[in-house]
Design a binder for this molecule. Structure first.
Ligand code: DP6
Length: 327
């Protein structure tokens, strides 16, 4: 691969239907179990990486604002890995723009590191095949491994760095209604809370083994095109995730009373014959999957709980050939 010195890439966030929660190797970012997600068609991150051989340090601009502290360090550590592989010492300017509304609870670290891995690989001349990009993105944020892939993606737990990456899965078409019940930033980061869960929850072992079983069942349901089964697994698995998080010491609780009310409203929709199934990440906002024909009705039924946006399957991380300005 040849280094271009500058490259721009775009990636979308993903929402997991079988969640990743816990690492078996923190330095290599290997997950305790595999997971499966839907890459969305909204809330993109666009990132431009430009090498600057004379600069003494990396710079990171997010939505036009120069970043320092932890945010800059996380980007710089990721670029160290890229430089080590590329045999380059050049520092870079990273300019990133995030279309997700701040605090909407959408995994911006997934779209962020997927876009950064894609742009940095082109700029520094690393391999650009999807599996290599997914492995690299994983090192920035685990869930970013899946945002390299369009639509439904499985991230294999793997048995080491080489085998832990995401790839596409055939699945029935679906939509997701994202219900923003609370715009505030979460109090405890996923990274911190998953570490705490793994260290302290008496149920952690059961969580990992049940996730392995959920993933197998989910892959089978996707192969069969069985939306009902996909939905049932999604919702029961999400409630198990929040159960194991609440069982940490000290406990962490991400779901608010309104989040629970949305889960209840989804049960009522099903009682009326509308197939909808809820999930939630490390925050109070709830994502509800439905068949395409049902999505607008589901969204209308959930508007009383907060802002609702219907999204569908999106594309994987891509280079923007004309270098479309990120900043
Ligand atoms: C609840 O990928 O943000 O969204 O690997 O430490 O960066 P790090 O964590 P991150 O965790 C995502 C947690 C989740 C579940 C999921 O996306 O599978």
């Amino acid at each position: 691969m040849t280094a271009t010195g500058t490259a721009t890439a775009r990636a979308f966030p993903n929402i997991a239907l079988v969640k990743y929660w816990g690492k078996r190797d923190e330095s290599l970012m290997l997950p305790a179990a595999g997971s499966l997600s839907l890459t969305l068609d909204a809330f993109a991150t666009t990132t431009a990486v430009t090498l600057d051989a004379r600069a003494a340090a990396d710079r990171f601009e997010l939505n036009g604002e120069e970043q320092g502290g932890d945010r800059l360090n996380r980007v710089a550590r990721f670029l160290d890995l890229v430089r080590e592989r590329a045999g380059s010492a050049a520092r870079a300017i990273v300019r990133s723009r995030n279309e997700a509304p701040t605090g909407a609870g959408l995994a911006s670290s997934a779209s962020g590191f997927a876009a950064l891995a894609t742009a940095a690989s082109a700029a520094y001349g690393l391999p650009s095949d999807p599996a290599s990009l997914s492995r690299l993105a994983r090192r920035g944020s685990g869930s970013a491994a899946r945002s390299i892939v369009p639509g439904v993606a499985v991230w294999h737990a793997g048995d080491g760095d080489e085998t832990s990456f995401a790839e596409p899965v055939e699945a029935p078409d679906m939509r997701m209604a994202i219900v923003t019940v609370d715009e505030r930033q979460k109090a405890v980061s996923s990274r911190e809370a998953m570490r705490l869960t793994a260290l302290t929850s008496p149920f952690y072992g059961a969580w990992v083994s049940s996730t392995e079983r959920s993933l197998e069942a989910m892959l089978e349901a996707c192969r069969d095109g069985d939306f009902t089964r996909i939905g049932r697994i999604t919702e029961s698995h999400a409630l198990r995730l929040h159960a194991v998080i609440q069982s940490a010491d000290p406990p962490v609780r991400y779901l608010s009373p309104t989040s629970i009310a949305v889960f209840d409203a989804v049960v009522r929709l099903r009682d009326r014959g509308v197939e909808a199934y809820a999930t939630a990440d490390a925050g109070p906002n709830v994502c509800v999957i439905a068949r395409p024909a049902d999505a607008d009705g589901v969204a209308a039924a959930l508007r009383e709980f907060g802002r609702v946006r219907v999204v569908g399957p999106g594309s994987g991380a891509e280079l923007i050939p004309d270098g479309g300005a990120a900043a």
